[in-house]
Ligand binder design. Structure first.
Ligand code: NAP
Length: 298
């Protein structure tokens, strides 16, 4: 038997169509649209390509989008002043700073200067605190974990009472998704275990997972014999394992031995095309949410 594929590419399309309709509705009702600014410092090719993708997606949804490019040698004080300007701009509902920043800038200071009500990445300590409290307190769930939860829910996986095992405890994936799955509410109510490099017997924990979420950054870390038959496997890992000589593009692999795992589990995300397409999608969702909040006080 082969597992059902959870396609992030298809689910992304579904969510973007919903968001586009919501933006049209917002415009018709209020005369306003979500406003998003993406601040790019310097000219790293990887950063430019991420920013371009975010900007293109925002424009395709009908957002008011500003790409604010700044030189490599911008001072920290000038960058903080720029953030302050957008914090006070009523037409901007989301502020993104593309990381990494040049070495002379303290990125923590810069990220913490964003008004938490416009922090659609969900990285500000205030938003991390809100995520911990849960329920109505949560304004902007961090985008990759929010994408993972959407994949689980939209693939029809039962989460209530499910054993969820999260491999990895990073601040951007492992810890937040573990908290989110353990909260009360739809797409959650799970019993969660977090495992990491100091865990004594990784295999034994993974084996009892009804939902296994792997965010370690180690190709093929999860072996087929660690997977519970019929379970849902979400592979967050993106590992460059070589180069396709014909296309010149990197060959990507996840943290799970996909070919072997799909013969055992019930549902699985591919790499690429699983979690990857969800992050920017959820960023757009957070920005629409922020726009409603700022425009109507919702
Ligand atoms: P990270 O900050 O490097 O954290 C990796 C975590 O995995 C750490 O907690 C580490 O444990 C744990 N780990 C590493 N090797 C392990 C092993 N052999 N056994 C058990 N635990 C192990 O990574 P991250 O930022 O969370 O990202 C993880 C992966 O997801 C990466 O491949 C990254 O590229 C990918 N990712 C994808 C997206 C996306 O698709 N949108 C977004 C973010 C990240 P310790 O804490 O003990 O060191």
């Amino acid at each position: 038997m082969t597992a059902e594929l959870i396609s992030g590419t298809d689910i992304r399309k579904e969510i973007l169509a919903e968001l586009k309709a919501e933006v049209e509705d917002m415009k018709a009702k209020t005369g306003k649209v979500p406003g998003l600014v993406t601040i790019l410092v310097g000219s790293s090719p990887a950063s430019i390509s991420y920013v371009t993708l975010k900007v293109k997606t925002a424009i395709s949804l009908g957002f008011h989008e500003i790409q604010d490019d700044q030189p490599d040698d911008i001072s920290e004080a000038d960058l903080l002043a720029l953030i302050d300007k957008y914090n006070n701009d009523p037409d901007i509902h989301g502020i993104l700073i593309q990381l990494p920043l040049p070495k002379h800038i303290d990125d923590k200071k810069v990220l913490n200067a964003i008004n938490p009500d416009k922090d659609v990445d969900g990285f500000h300590p205030v938003n991390v605190g809100r995520l911990m409290i849960g329920g109505d307190e949560v304004l902007y769930p961090p985008c990759t974990p929010a994408g993972i939860q959407e994949l689980i829910v939209r693939s029809g996986t039962e989460t209530s009472g499910a054993e969820v095992v999260v491999v990895g405890r990073s601040n951007i994936v492992g810890k937040p998704i573990a908290i989110m799955m353990a909260q009360k509410g739809k797409g959650a109510n799970s019993t969660v275990t977090i495992v990491h490099t100091r865990t004594k017997d990784l295999a034994s924990h993974c084996k009892r997972a009804d939902i296994l979420i792997v965010a370690a950054g180690v190709p093929d870390l999860v072996k087929p014999e660690w997977i519970k038959p019929g379970s849902t496997v979400i592979d967050v890992g993106v590992n460059r394992v070589g180069m396709n000589e014909k296309t010149g593009k990197a060959i990507l692999k996840g943290d799970v031995d996909f070919e072997a795992a799909k013969k055992i589990c019930g549902k699985i995300t591919p790499v690429p095309g699983g979690v990857g397409p969800m992050t920017i999608t959820m960023l757009m969702k957070n920005t629409v949410r922020s726009a409603w909040k700022h425009i109507e006080g919702k």
